[in-house]
Design a protein around this ligand. Structure first.
Ligand code: F6R
Length: 642
C-alpha cells in the first residue's frame, strides 16, 4: 500500500493535515504508484480466489492510471478476470455510444484493452426514464453491497471539492441518485461538450455513503488548479461544502498528489512551520516575501518580532537580525526589475537579470497558441523589438480548435461571395470553401471539423498572429508558423509529443541560433497544449546543447493566460507604464476570434485582455506592497537553466 505522510501512531503532521497524503514528482509517477497498488490488490484477491471490487472514476485525472493498468496487462500479464468494477457516475441523459459518455470513456481507456469480463463492468445508465432512476440507483447500491462492498475506490476531485458528482452540499450519508450539476462542474466540462449550452445539467452519481464504505479510498489530483481545493480538503474542516473533506473521517483514505496539486499544503508551502528546515537562499526568499505579504508590511519594515511571531525564529537565529535578512531579500527582489529584457547595452550587468552583451540579440519567442506571445508577454515583446533586437516568433500550434464555427462560416461565406462576384475561377479553392461552407451549415453537435474547416480556422488565427506581429513591428520573415503535428487531431484530445514535433522545434532554434528563448512555462499543467509545447522546447534544447551557439542561449519562461509565477520565483520583472498597458491591449485586440466569449472560456468570464491586465497589475501591486517602486503593470519571467 502507498505509504502516506501521516503515521497514525505518532501523529506526525497531524498539526495541519487531517488526512493522509503522498506527493509525487509528477502525475505520471503518481499514476504508476496507484496502478501498482491496484495490481497488487488484484493479485492478492486472485490468490484468495476472490473477486476484486474496484470503484472507478473518469475525467482527465485517471487517464494515466488506466494507461498504466493497460500496460501491466499487456506487458506483464496482469489479468482482470477477477475484477468487478463500479463506476462512480454518468451524465444524464446520455447514450452509451456518445463520444461524451463515461461508458465510452471506460471502454476506450480500459475495459476494451484488458481481459475484464463485460458483465463485471457497471456504469450508471444514462438512458433510463426519469421515473426509473430511483429504483435503478437502489439496485446499483444493492449490487455493490451484495458482492461485499468496494475494496478500492478511485476518486478525482472537482474544483469545488466534489467526489463522484456529489457536489457541494451533498450529505455524508447521501445515496446513489440523480443530481443537478454545479455551475463550476458544468463549466469545467463545457470544453469537451463544445460550450456550456450543450453541457448536461444532471448526472447519476454514487452517493457519499457508499464511497465512505469502501475499504480503501485513493483520491488523485494533479496540477496547480487543484491546489486550493486539496488544501481545504486535507487541512480544512470537514464540511458538506467540500465533500472530499469527508475523507478525513475515513480510516484508510489517501490523497495522491503531484507537486503542483500539493503546493498549497502547509508542509510544502511553509515547511518551516512543520519541521526544522535548512534555510537556503530560495527558501529564505520565499519565507520573507510570504511574511511581508501576510502581515501586509514592506520588506524593510519587518521586525525581529514579526519573524518570531510567525514561526521563523530559527531563521532569525541563523541569519538575523531582521534588518540584515530584510536588506538581502529586498536587494534580490529589486534586482529582478528591468526595463531592458534583452539586457542593457554598456551597463554593468552584474546585478541585472540579463547580459549586456551582445547588445543586439537574436530572440525567439515560442507561443503555444497564436495569442500567447501578446497576452502573456506583450509588453516585453514590444520592448525587445523597440530596443533593436532581432525578434522572431514561433507559433507552435495552429490553435484552430479554439475558433467558433460562426467565425469560420463568416470567412467561408466571404470567400465564396467574393469568388462569385469577381468570377474567380480557381476551381480548387472554390471547392474547398464551398465544401467547408456546406459542412458548417450542417454540422452536428460536437462533430469533429472537416479538414477544410480546420484549415480555415487555422488561417483565421494565422492572420491574427500576423496582425499582432506587424503591430509590434516584426517583419514577415521573422514569423514562423510551426503547426506542430501533435495538436492536429481536430479534437480537444491531443496526440502525445512526437519525434516530428521535436524536430520542427530543433530546426527553428538551429536556424535562428537565438541568444534568448522565451517559452510558456506551464510546468504543472498535466495535459494541456502548453505543457506539450514546453516539453518539445525542453527536449529540443537538450538535444542541441552540445552545439556551440547554445552556450550563449538563455531560456526564459513566462506563464500562460491563467496564472502568474509566485513572486518568490520571479527572476525578471519587466515593468510597464499606463501607455504601455494600452498598447499591449491593442495588440491583444488583433485576435478577434478570441474575443466576445471564446470557445474555451473556462470558469473565468473575463476576456483575455482583461485577464492579462489584471494579472500584470497584480504583479505590480505585489512589488509595490513589498516596498519596491510603483508601476502600472509588470510581466514576470523565470530563467530555466537547462
Ligand atoms: C468522474 C468524477 C468526477 C471527477 C472530477 C475531476 O467520474 O466523478 O468527480 O473525478 O470532476 O475531474 P478531472 O479529473 O477531469 O479534473
Amino acid at each position: 500500500m502507498l505509504k502516506s505522510n501521516i503515521d497514525r501512531s505518532t501523529g506526525f503532521e497531524r498539526r495541519f493535515e487531517n488526512a493522509g497524503s503522498v506527493v509525487y514528482e509528477n502525475a505520471e509517477q503518481a499514476s504508476k504508484a496507484v496502478a501498482k497498488e491496484i495490481a497488487d490488490l488484484i493479485k492478492v484477491k486472485q490468490a484468495q480466489k476472490q473477486p476484486c471490487i474496484l470503484g472507478l472514476a473518469t475525467g482527465s485525472t485517471p487517464k494515466g492510471l488506466y494507461a498504466e493498468l493497460v500496460r501491466l496487462h499487456k506487458e506483464e500479464g496482469l489479468s482482470f478476470k477477477n475484477v468487478v468494477s463500479f463506476n462512480l457516475d454518468e451524465y444524464y441523459p446520455m447514450e452509451p455510444d456518445s463520444i461524451h459518455s463515461y461508458v465510452r470513456f471506460m471502454k476506450e481507456l480500459l475495459f476494451d484493452q484488458v481481459d475484464i469480463l463485460p458483465e463485471n463492468c457497471h456504469i450508471p445508465d444514462g438512458t433510463l426514464s426519469k421515473e426509473a432512476i430511483a429504483s435503478y440507483c437502489d439496485q446499483y447500491e444493492s449490487k455493490i453491497k451484495a458482492i461485499g462492498g468496494i475494496d478500492l475506490q478511485i476518486l478525482g476531485i472537482g474544483g469545488n471539492g466534489h467526489i463522484g458528482f456529489n457536489e457541494s452540499g451533498s450529505l455524508k450519508n447521501s445515496k446513489t441518485r440523480l443530481v443537478a450539476l454545479d455551475h463550476i462542474t458544468r463549466v469545467a466540462a463545457s470544453g469537451d461538450f463544445g460550450g456550456l449550452d450543450r453541457t448536461p445539467r444532471t448526472a447519476i452519481t454514487l452517493g457519499v455513503k457508499r464511497i465512505m464504505e469502501a475499504k480503501r479510498v485513493i483520491l488523485m489530483a494533479w496540477g496547480e488548479r487543484k491546489a486550493d481545493i486539496i488544501k481545504s480538503s486535507v487541512e480544512g474542516e470537514v464540511t458538506n461544502q467540500v465533500p472530499a473533506s469527508y475523507l478525513q473521517e475515513h480510516n484508510n483514505a489517501t490523497f495522491v498528489l503531484d507537486q503542483a496539486a500539493a503546493s498549497r499544503l502547509t508542509r510544502i508551502e511553509t515547511p518551516w512551520l512543520v519541521e526544522k528546515v535548512t534555510w537556503t537562499d530560495k527558501l529564505t526568499r520565499k519565507a520573507v516575501l510570504g511574511l511581508a505579504l501576510k502581515i501586509d508590511k514592506p520588506i524593510l519594515m519587518l521586525t525581529d518580532a514579526d519573524y518570531i511571531e510567525n514561526g521563523m525564529s530559527d531563521l532569525l537565529a541563523d541569519s538575523g537580525p531582521a534588518y540584515d535578512i530584510n536588506i538581502k531579500i529586498f536587494n534580490s527582489l529589486q534586482h529582478t526589475i528591468t526595463g531592458w529584457p534583452g539586457g542593457k547595452p554598456n551597463a554593468d550587468d552584474s546585478n541585472r537579470p540579463e547580459r549586456a552583451e551582445p547588445a543586439k540579440k537574436r530572440v525567439l519567442i515560442f507561443s503555444p497558441h497564436p495569442d500567447d506571445d501578446i497576452i502573456s508577454m506583450g509588453g516585453t515583446f514590444k520592448r525587445l523589438q523597440e530596443q533593436g533586437h532581432e525578434v522572431h516568433v514561433g507559433y507552435q500550434t495552429s490553435g484552430n480548435i479554439a475558433v467558433a464555427d460562426d467565425e469560420a462560416l463568416r470567412f467561408a461565406h466571404f470567400v465564396c461571395d467574393y469568388n462569385e462576384k469577381f468570377g474567380i475561377e480557381n476551381k480548387k479553392a472554390n471547392t474547398i470553401y464551398k465544401k467547408a461552407l456546406k459542412f458548417l451549415q450542417n454540422k452536428k453537435d460536437s462533430e469533429i471539423d472537416s479538414p477544410e474547416v480546420r484549415h480555415i480556422k487555422g488561417l483565421i488565427r494565422k492572420g491574427e498572429a500576423r496582425a499582432t506581429c506587424h503591430f509590434v513591428g516584426v517583419p514577415d520573415s521573422q514569423i514562423h508558423y510551426m503547426e506542430l503535428p501533435f495538436y492536429e487531431t481536430g479534437t480537444i484530445e491531443k496526440k502525445p509529443i512526437g519525434e516530428e514535433d521535436i524536430q520542427i522545434t530543433m530546426d527553428l532554434i538551429e536556424k535562428i541560433k537565438p541568444h534568448q528563448i522565451y517559452a510558456a512555462g506551464d510546468l504543472a499543467d498535466p495535459h494541456g497544449t502548453h505543457k506539450v509545447c514546453l516539453d518539445a522546447v525542453f527536449e529540443a534544447m537538450k538535444r542541441l546543447k552540445p552545439k556551440e551557439f547554445m552556450d550563449d542561449c538563455w531560456l526564459w519562461l513566462y506563464r500562460g493566460a491563467w496564472q502568474e509565477w509566485g513572486v518568490e520565483d520571479i527572476e525578471m520583472a519587466v515593468p510597464m507604464g499606463p501607455d504601455q498597458v494600452l498598447e499591449k491591449r491593442k495588440g491583444i485586440f488583433k485576435h478577434q476570434s478570441q474575443k466576445d466569449g471564446v470557445v474555451f472560456q473556462g470558469s473565468d468570464s473575463r476576456e483575455f485582455w482583461q485577464r492579462a491586465e489584471d494579472r500584470n497589475k497584480e504583479t505590480a501591486d505585489l512589488y509595490d506592497q513589498l516596498g519596491m517602486a510603483r508601476y502600472a503593470a509588470m510581466e514576470a519571467f523565470v530563467r530555466y537553466r537547462y
